[in-house]
Write a protein that binds this ligand. Structure first.
Ligand SMILES: Cc1ncc(COP(=O)(O)O)c(C=O)c1O
Length: 372
């Protein structure tokens, strides 16, 4: 079979070793003769997997004990309403850097006042707005660190000063574990796993324990439904089990294997960041060099190192289908741009290799030679 290079935006490529070991565990977990999906989540074997997965998160992102790590269902989209349900008393600030951020803000409006402090919607979110001020009376400030559809990224952990001392909350669905993050700058970090940390089906929430005590005296929706209330899950986690109900066991197992790969094969998040930067530079250099293509992000400083977006350069628009067909012939998978941006998007998540990126660059160069 010819080589396939998977650039899907999520769900996406995962480490081959992680997939292999998960398949084995699905057949036979720990030499028990029974698969991981076929045992009770209240068995010591499964509880060990839960505890190890949480420890991997702590080790890889240097998450202090003051934070709980929850593995929930419902995807990042469920957190769009869980965050305000738990944290909003009257008002929250949102930075609108894409449709995911917009969807998060829409849900928050169900719970109180939402202040969109800046938006890049005017230019199809092709930049990260600057020069905004967070209102000091906001209960929290929500950002989306990586804008999967548009290929922009906030690659800094905003300081308390920049956030006007308002609690920072981040959707890190598509760049978590791609680089070191200073978790202490955030009150809460959440995301769907299905990019860098595993398959779809499990959602991570890293939440500062001290903010949980503040829930409950809000005017709106009090008390919270049990499953929505972070304290339900945090109380279980405190017992080191984190299973109020049946967790998504298959997804968590593959997350466990993916994080093991990141820690032991790659050597951690700082190493991953070096590899990701190298991959990303390789592709952006080609996008900028190749006369037939042009990147879509307005300011290079805002470019994501996860999702890379480009279109045909002026004068070559009619070659778009031809490039797509040629790329397919070369084994490229998942490079069609999101309909709102058009053109192409290559997602270089953690498990995407340098060789995959080199193959894409070669394909772009060959296409230029054949078509100019
Ligand atoms: C940045 C971001 N936030 C949220 C979502 C929605 O995640 P989910 O499908 O897990 O609800 C996505 C999906 O791609 C995303 O990229």
């Amino acid at each position: 079979m010819k080589a396939v290079h998977n650039f899907n935006a999520g769900p996406c490529v995962l480490p081959k070793e992680a997939i292999e070991s998960t398949i084995n565990a699905m057949r036979d977990f720990d030499n028990t003769g029974v698969g991981i999906m076929e045992i009770s989540h209240r068995t010591p074997g499964w509880e060990r997997i839960m505890a190890e997965t949480r420890q991997l998160w702590r080790d890889l992102l240097n998450i202090p004990e003051e934070y709980e790590i929850l593995f929930l269902g419902g995807g990042a989209s469920t957190q769009f309403f869980c965050v305000p349900a738990n944290l909003m008393r009257s008002k929250a600030a949102y930075l609108q850097t894409g449709v995911w951020a917009k969807k998060a803000a829409k849900e928050a409006k169900l719970f109180g006042k939402v202040d969109i402090i800046a938006s890049s919607e005017d230019k199809t979110y092709n930049y990260i707005p600057k020069g905004w001020t967070v209102p000091a009376d906001a209960d929290y400030f929500h950002i989306t660190t990586n804008n999967t559809i548009y290929g922009t990224e906030i690659r800094e952990d905003f300081t308390a000063e920049k956030c006007n001392n308002v609690m920072l909350v981040a959707d890190m669905s598509s760049d978590i574990m791609s680089r070191p993050v200073d978790v202490t700058k955030y009150g809460l970090i959440y995301g769907g796993a299905q990019k860098n940390v595993g398959p779809a089906g499990v959602t991570f929430v890293i939440v500062k324990k001290s903010i949980l005590g503040n829930i409950g005296d809000r005017a709106y929706m009090n008390p919270l439904p049990t499953m929505v209330d972070y304290r339900t899950h945090a109380a279980e986690e405190a017992k080191n089990i984190s299973m109020f109900n049946t967790p998504p066991v298959g997804a968590i197992f593959l997350m466990h294997e993916t994080l093991n790969w990141l820690k032991n094969t790659i050597g951690g998040v700082a190493e991953m960041n070096k590899i990701n930067t190298k991959k990303s530079n390789l592709l952006y250099e080609e996008i900028d060099r190749n006369s037939m293509f042009v990147g879509t992000v307005a300011d290079k400083a805002d470019r994501s190192i996860m999702n890379h977006c480009w279109v045909m350069a002026p004068g070559y628009e009619d070659k778009q289908d031809a490039f797509m067909a040629y790329a397919k012939e070369c084994g490229m998978v998942g490079i069609k741009g999101h309909r709102s941006v058009g053109g192409f998007r290559a997602s270089l998540y953690n498990a995407c290799s340098i060789e995959d990126v080199e193959a894409l660059v070669q394909c772009m160069q060959d296409f230029e030679k054949k078509n100019k």
